[in-house]
Design a protein around this ligand. Structure first.
Ligand code: Q46
Ligand code: ZN
Ligand code: ZN
Length: 328
């Protein structure tokens, strides 16, 4: 197998592009795809302060690394969710990545600060674990980004993730979600801009990127994901992709080009007037926001008013310009 660009030995074939790449040209390809996504959807300005939601897995570490390589000022944000060993180990990967590169990592410790973990919270609130987890993460990411005055919040969602969510929303015709399933969600009262620069890369490619770049990431999947329908949709799309290379890409990007706008009015009408949560001040349609209700039902408590959501962690002696314990 030869590199399509230089004819040297290739390390990866990408069937949807009908191309093979050597190490050097694969890294170029990843950067080119991320740059293209950022430019095409106007995701990040050159002077923006960027906050990357980091889980310790391949996608979030790859996107953080790619943004830094492309010259963006990007800090990371890790949330300890209290999912047993999985959370303990995932935090180590995030911290080691930041420490080795002299990057700033902010952390939120959900059990330590809010008094509940995801398994307890989901049982108490009778929500599926990923629903309680997603709600908690969204609230804390938004809050940390706004408190830290970041311009944009980046997540590591890749093409497989986005195609699988689109597949699920289309199967069930969740049209109110379809109008919002975009690679960029603009900032609006109380919410930071949210972007997904990896939408042009698959998870096989982000994994290969990490291997080639020497990025250690947590391979193990979250134990609470078992039985998640999202995984079933991903598996179905992988089968389709095998038979029809490029299907995932044309499904997702075809939707963005030709269909997403049709659902925008419904998503927009969903965006009713927001008030401030009487408990934490976050924007909400109810008196008390869904996060505060979850904290309450899970037997936790909000920290004292004025307590910062995320704190920069001390990352060890190798880290340049450490701001141990400082709050950003
Ligand atoms: S961490 Fe949380 Fe994921 Fe685990 S509980 Fe579900 S949402 S699977 S990205
Ligand atoms: Zn090459
Ligand atoms: Zn609240």
């Amino acid at each position: 197998m030869k590199c399509t660009v230089c004819k040297g030995p290739a390390i990866i074939d990408i069937r949807r592009h009908n191309a093979n790449f050597c190490t050097e040209h694969f890294l170029e390809q990843c950067k080119r795809q991320v740059t293209k996504a950022i430019d095409e959807f106007d995701m990040i300005g050159t002077d923006d302060r960027v906050l990357v939601a980091v889980s310790g897995g391949k996608d979030s570490l790859a996107v953080w690394d790619l943004l830094v390589e492309l010259g963006y000022r990007a800090d990371g944000l890790y949330i300890g969710l209290g999912i047993g060993d999985y959370s303990d180990v995932s935090g180590t990967y995030a911290r080691d990545f930041a420490a080795e590169r002299g990057l700033t990592l902010l952390e939120v410790d959900l059990p330590g600060t809010y008094g509940y973990d995801i398994p307890t919270g989901s049982r108490a609130a009778r929500r599926a674990p990923c629903s309680a987890c997603g709600l908690s993460k969204r609230h804390l990411f938004d809050r940390a980004a706004l408190e830290g005055a970041y311009d944009v919040l980046v997540t590591g969602h890749n093409l497989d993730d986005e195609a699988a969510v689109l597949f699920g929303n289309t199967l069930h015709w969740h049209t109110e979600y379809l109008g919002r399933q975009l690679p960029v969600l603009p900032a609006r009262d109380g919410f930071p801009r949210k972007v997904k620069p990896l939408v042009r890369l698959t998870e096989r490619e982000t994994a290969a990127y990490c291997v080639v770049r020497g990025i250690d990431y947590l391979v193990e999947e979250c134990p609470m994901a078992a039985g998640n329908r999202h995984l079933t949709y991903k598996a179905a799309l992988n089968d389709i992709e095998k038979a029809s290379p490029g299907a995932k890409h044309s499904f997702y990007f075809g939707f963005l080009d030709r269909a997403a706008a049709h659902f925008a009015p419904e998503a927009e009408s969903d965006r009713v007037e927001l008030g401030a949560c009487t408990s934490c001040g976050a924007p909400t349609t109810a008196e008390v926001c869904a996060f505060c209700r979850l904290v309450d039902r899970a037997g936790g408590a909000l920290p004292e008013a004025g307590t910062p959501t995320a704190v920069a962690v001390e990352l060890g002696p190798t880290r340049a310009g450490a701001t141990s314990g400082a709050v950003r």
